[in-house]
Design a protein around this ligand. Structure first.
Ligand code: ZN
Length: 181
């Protein structure tokens, strides 16, 4: 849960980062930025700022801004009906991001948010710099963490059904909840 004040502050910072990365967005779009703390209550540690440019029944394009060392918790995009699940390509525009996927574990222990080891199970690290990209197949567990400056990246995917995303941490609430204050 986020307070309105925390939300506005994080949103303003995300706008600055997105525009700073050279991605033009309208004032109206700035108001549509989701600040997601995944219901975990420590946005700076586990969280993400997400702007959806469009999301149709087949394609979705978003820009994700992560603050320095901010981590998007481990999750996967499950099959739903005839859809095998979301396939997603992340392309870094600014900053650096460490991606974690199934495979030989290479994550340094300090990459995982303290006390959350059991919810970060895939630990094969891939470091992405600007203009580098990575495709995540449907159903594949993944999580990612920004480097010291933070990061701005595009997410290009098949149909996004964010509410259906599955997270390793049972405490996660995907839809942001904002309280006045
Ligand atoms: Zn994902």
């Amino acid at each position: 849960m986020l307070t309105r004040k925390e939300y506005m502050k994080a949103r303003a910072k995300a706008v600055e980062m997105i525009r700073g990365a050279g991605i033009a967005i309208t004032e109206e779009e700035t108001e549509n930025i989701e600040v997601v703390d995944f219901g975990l209550g420590h946005l700076a540690v586990e969280g993400a700022q997400i702007l959806t440019f469009f999301s149709t029944a087949r394609v979705s394009v978003k820009v994700i801004a992560l603050f320095p060392y901010q981590t998007e918790p481990e999750h996967w995009h499950p099959a739903i009906g005839d859809d095998p699940g979301k396939e997603e390509t992340i392309r870094v525009v600014w900053g650096t991001v460490r991606f974690y996927l199934p495979g030989e574990p290479t994550a340094s222990p300090e990459a995982i948010p303290p006390g959350k080891e059991s919810f970060y199970t895939v630990r094969h690290e891939v470091l992405l710099h600007p203009c580098q990209q990575l495709t995540i197949e449907p159903g594949t567990k993944h999580w990612f963490k920004a480097g010291p400056e933070g990061a701005v990246m595009y997410s290009f995917s098949t149909c996004a059904r964010d509410v259906m995303d599955r997270f390793s941490d049972p405490a996660v609430v995907r839809l942001p909840q904002i309280v006045e204050g």
